[in-house]
Design a binder for this molecule. Structure first.
Ligand SMILES: [Mn+2]
Length: 389
């Protein structure tokens, strides 16, 4: 048991969770964005907040950027600033949904000029990756239609394939496309990349440098996400996760808040398929917005929730499970998983943090650090970051 415990701790120490720059900015629903004191005004200040999350958790050294929200003059300088704060820049998230030109879509738009504009933006994102050293171009398209007959659904797939192929050809040796799917919204009738199968089909055609991203909030209720994870992992096409929680649609709540059991089941399949090994390149990203709760501690809490799900999944007794599965002992097999899930792993994680020289309680340590009060006092004037900035 001690050997297992030490191995689990080593794996937890090595885990890396990437946090999203937009999680530190103001956000809201389509009804209202509530501003909070101390919210970053620039990408630089977002990195300062992200550095706090890493400082207190020890496992969040990467930050995803969103272009143009995190547009700066000098991306190499931004990468250097990240490094000065103990961070690296992670996925570059493209945005082809906020221009007036994109009313009928971006890379699937019926007009070739609009498609070109969208593709040019994606190519510019690869330029940014070259400057920042980021390896991942994360693509989510708001493309789709609202009414039957609005556009040729099949032709839109062709346009998508062509646009993606152009971007794929531009990728460097160590760069990849992470293609994200979402079953609906903002389009309500058809969505051009609605599910893992569509994303997978496009990635297969593109080549090995194209992989699928599973955003946990982008599925219909009741979807068995862990099955999708197991399948993509088996096929070598699981590029990463956008973790968040949903109760209804794409709620972007803290990971592990709505359904910690689902997060555990997902992490179990990741571990079962060897997906925690660094060489698989699977990116464990958060994609969430903190509309009414304090942002930095909410990101810290989310990181801890992912850690807890991981720790529980690591505790699954594989031999006992395999044996029960072999003999068809349904109840015993299920009990093995449930025993791991029911384990309180918080003492183990406190131990891992203590051994790494961290405070055992990251939320309390952050609260005691005075960062929230300091930023509220100092970050006055200017414009707080939020959607569109
Ligand atoms: Mn996402």
């Amino acid at each position: 048991m001690t050997v297992v415990r030490e191995a689990v701790k080593a794996t937890l120490r090595a885990q890396t969770i990437e946090t999203p720059s937009w999680g530190y900015g103001n956000s809201g629903t389509r009804f209202k964005v509530f501003a909070q004191p101390g919210v970053p005004r620039t990408p630089w200040e977002k990195l300062e907040d992200a550095a706090k999350v890493h400082e207190f958790t020890g496992v969040a050294p990467k930050v995803s950027l969103h272009i143009p929200w995190d547009e700066v003059e000098d991306y190499a300088a931004l990468a250097a600033y990240a490094e000065d704060h103990g961070l690296r820049l992670g996925a570059i998230n493209a945005n082809t949904f906020q221009d007036d030109a994109y009313k009928l879509g971006s890379v699937c738009h019926p007009d070739a000029h609009v498609r070109r504009r969208a593709v040019d933006h994606l190519l510019a994102c690869v330029d940014i990756m070259d400057a920042t050293g980021s390896s991942d171009l994360k693509l989510w398209f708001a493309d789709g239609t609202n009414y039957p007959g609005q556009d040729d659904v099949s032709a839109r797939q062709e346009r998508l394939a062509e646009s993606l192929a152009t971007v794929y050809a531009r990728l460097g040796e160590d760069q990849r496309i992470l293609l994200e799917y979402k079953f609906f919204e903002p389009a309500f009738y058809t969505t051009d990349v609605p599910d893992w199968g569509t994303a997978y089909a496009h990635c297969l055609k593109l080549g090995p440098k194209a992989q699928v991203v599973v955003d946990t909030g982008h599925h219909a209720p009741g979807t068995n996400i862990e099955f999708i994870v197991a399948l993509l992992l088996r096929e070598g096409r699981l590029g990463g996760f956008d973790f968040n929680s949903r109760f209804y649609a794409d709620d972007d709540l803290m990971a592990g808040a709505a359904d910690p059991f689902q997060l555990f089941r997902i992490m179990y399949e990741v571990i079962r398929g060897g997906g925690l090994a660094a060489e698989t390149g699977i990116a464990f990203m958060l994609d969430q917005c903190h509309n009414i709760e304090a942002k930095v501690p909410a990101v810290i809490r989310s990181v801890m929730n992912v850690q807890e799900a991981t720790a529980k999944a690591l505790l699954v007794d594989h031999d006992a499970l395999a044996s029960a599965q072999r003999t068809g002992d349904v109840l015993a097999a299920n009990a093995v998983l449930m025993d791991a899930y029911a384990t309180d792993v918080r003492p183990l994680l406190r131990e891992v943090r203590g051994e790494a020289g961290l405070n055992a309680d990251p939320v309390a340590a952050y609260a005691a650090s005075g960062w929230s009060e300091k930023t509220a006092t100092e970050r006055v004037g200017g414009e707080q970051a939020g959607w569109g900035a």
